[in-house]
Design a protein around this ligand. Structure first.
Ligand SMILES: [Zn+2]
Length: 51
């Protein structure tokens, strides 16, 4: 489990980019949200396919 530093949600790592850095741990949903906006609703495109 990882905690997003932008939305503060704790969720499984497949909602995060494959290579995350500890100083900027943002989920995929927050990464595609323009700055200054409320986070977009999380949807299926934010889920990273597990290999
Ligand atoms: Zn987030």
């Amino acid at each position: 489990m990882l905690i997003c530093m932008r939305c503060g949600e704790k969720k499984n790592s497949h909602w995060f980019p494959e290579h995350i850095t500890t100083w900027c741990c943002w989920c995929n949903r927050c990464k595609r949200t323009p700055s200054g906006m409320m986070p977009l609703p999380q949807c299926e495109q934010d889920r990273r396919a597990e290999k």
